[in-house]
Design a protein. Structure first.
Length: 176
């Protein structure tokens, strides 16, 4: 499968919103590993913000968006509680993966790995020192992917999403 990964554009917002909704509908019908909620997360505003900030990337197949992620320098506040392998309070040389999605029609076809590989390559080209992320503790498929791609478990923290029934998130880091 020939996947092209590029910066998201303002006119991608409608397609990204549809991808988020399609994925959340799929998760509602099957096993909702990340425990995402349609209309709560991810939503159109996540895409709009990512495009506006210039840190949203899309994976395209035959011109259609089949996956996406945001690579920012903004950690969740709970990241401060972790003892990271690359110790730094300055996130200018650390990327954080957010809003990592793959369209349900393309699950288990290498799209997620392509996006993670892109993140690693982009981090190296940008002279970043590490890439970090958080993942809901029961999201086993994502955890397996991150570990397969060389991410190391750091700690389990509360991101403050208990009101959604999401208490514990695993933190991962990949040194570059």
């Amino acid at each position: 499968m020939d996947i092209v990964i590029e910066s998201g554009k303002a006119n991608d917002s409608d397609e990204l919103e549809q991808l988020y909704n399609d994925l959340n509908d799929h998760l509602a019908r099957s096993v909702n590993y990340p425990e995402w909620i349609k209309g709560v997360y991810p939503v159109r505003q996540n895409a709009v913000d990512g495009v506006t900030q210039g840190n949203l990337y899309v994976a395209r197949y035959d011109g259609i968006i089949i996956g996406s992620l945001i690579l920012s320098h903004k950690p969740e506040p709970a990241y401060e509680k972790a003892k990271w392998k690359f110790a730094s309070d300055d996130y200018s040389d650390i990327f954080v993966i957010h809003t990592f999605v793959v369209h349900p029609n393309f699950l288990k076809r290498g799209v997620g790995k392509a996006l993670i590989d892109f993140s690693i390559e982009y981090g190296i080209k940008s002279h970043a020192k590490s890439i970090r992320l958080d993942v809901y503790e029961n999201n086993i498929p994502a955890i397996k992917l991150y570990e397969k791609c060389g991410f190391n478990y750091i700690n389990t923290v509360d991101l403050g999403l208990g009101h959604y029934g999401l208490k514990w998130f695993r933190l991962y880091e990949r040194l570059l």
